[in-house]
Ligand binder design. Sequence first.
Ligand code: AGP
Length: 608
Amino acid sequence: MCGIVGYIGDRQAAPILLEGLKKLEYRGYDSAGVAVYDGDKINVVKTKGRLSILEEKLKGGSNLSGTMGIGHTRWATHGAPSDINSHPHTSLSGNIAVVHNGIIENYLKLRDDLAEKGYKFVSETDTEVIAHLVDYYYKGDLVDALIKAINRIEGSYALGIICKERPDEIVAVRKDSPLIVGLGDQENFIASDIPAILEYTRNIYLLEDNEVVLLKKDDVKIYNLNKEEIKKEVFTVQWDVSAAEKGGYEHFMIKEICEQPKAVRDTVFPRIKEGKIVLDDIKLTKEEIDDIKKIYIVACGTAYYAGIVGKYIIEKLARIPVEADVASEFRYRNPIVDENTLVIIISQSGETADTLAALREARRKGARVLSVVNVVGSSIARESDDVLYTWAGPEIAVASTKAYSTQLNAMYLIALHIALIKGTITQEEADKVIEALKQLPEKIQHILDNKEKIQYFASQYFRSKDIFFLGRGLDYAVALEGSLKLKEISYIHSEAYAAGELKHGTIALIEDGTLVVAVATQEHLFEKMLSNIKEVKARGAVVLAIAQEGNTEIEKEADYVIYIPKTDPLLTSSLTVIPLQLFAYYVAVAKGCDVDKPRNLAKSVTVE
Ligand code: AGP
């Protein structure tokens, strides 16, 4: 996700901003920029691409003078990566410059309101709206203008704002996106994360949501939204720089596992307006949806396993035949595809070679292509008819976690959208699922808050040589992902099986002490799962069950039980996958594996 840095003091700002942005590169980005006040005006230099391009343009910062400024690395959500979409964004007068991390959910309405007042927009971003909104409210007090502006804004944001008429101050605020204040000697800082300012100071304010900052070089004030001053405790950073680059987490993978509540919220909430699914990104008309006779869901690896969940959900709600296929098979088997086929492509990176080739094969045969992608402006996104972006933010760890969770939620949204348009479910039935969807982030957080039990279990079984994952229906689909997670980061052999299939051969491999992870959240299949657990127990297996809270019956059969909060039966995969991710992570850590960069693997397989 985006990175923000701000500086005010007696030193030249540009080199400090550049160095701070470099320390935030781990957050992933596709463009960068700075805005510095030079004593007369605000100079903005920004560019698509790597920081090195910006550094070259700035000659290391030497050709941009001034002791107050803000900097930004952008992870595109609204508007493809480009120079003009890069931050900072300014008001047309050049009086206000803004950098932003987050998503403004109501930016289209704000944009229309401002356009009616004569404001002109030059970018495709949600952020530019903030520059004009603050400008609109600015009457000489920047804090007042910011508070008025954020009272109009819905969504998540960390903002850094400077004003030509207020050269001795920077204002900032956060809501749902991280922002800290660095306290120096005759200089002060704002930043998205500690690494950006750690070389200058260890004394920081950790901002809470809706805390507004007025930063001067020799004074920092924090206000609430009523402009009442808040007294903050100074936090002294104990981390060394390298650890802090992961925001204090030991690995990117655990950081991204813990970011899932926010990733799911950012992906889903902007698409539920007044209780209704609103997918502005999908242009499929009712007639086109009614003409769909078959849906393929095509992807690789984890994205493919998200597609299998999608298959179950779309068939259940929309009653259209769905086939999930791995891209490397789909592309070479002359698939039966025509203009009545919808092909859903899923990809975190949007650059996976097999998946891109499958997309092209589908289009060549006349299919409509809808892609679910995390990287804005990626090849798959650009070549699709419709794109439903997952707003997971950059996923650095090779093993996909938060992207998978947002892909699941994209499947839920698409299934509900199509089913409501086809009329295969009533609005009342949809409302029940939508209400449960909105509760997923907090339920994921509840599981994360109790991760120690899973860590303990992993410490008991990390020496296993073979681990089996069993499930039925949606539980089988998520068992596939759990098995892949374990394999790719711990190098332990693992297989996921439809539980009813085990007795057709593979049960021959179960012997004394074999660990079996049994996912048993689907109530209508629970008795069958219980039988399968008994089958493997009878052959000496140790069983870890994943079940919904309240199901105590399973404790009679399983050796260990991890409970997930109750939710709509259609949505259990979003919760079940969390313990499976954590199990894989803690086993890999216990084995001393390179969790973020497993052997032989790449984050994006851009070759066949
Ligand atoms: C998942 O943990 C792996 N990193 C891998 O299976 C990945 O999901 C697959 O390569 C697809 O990548 P994509 O989503 O970027 O297309």
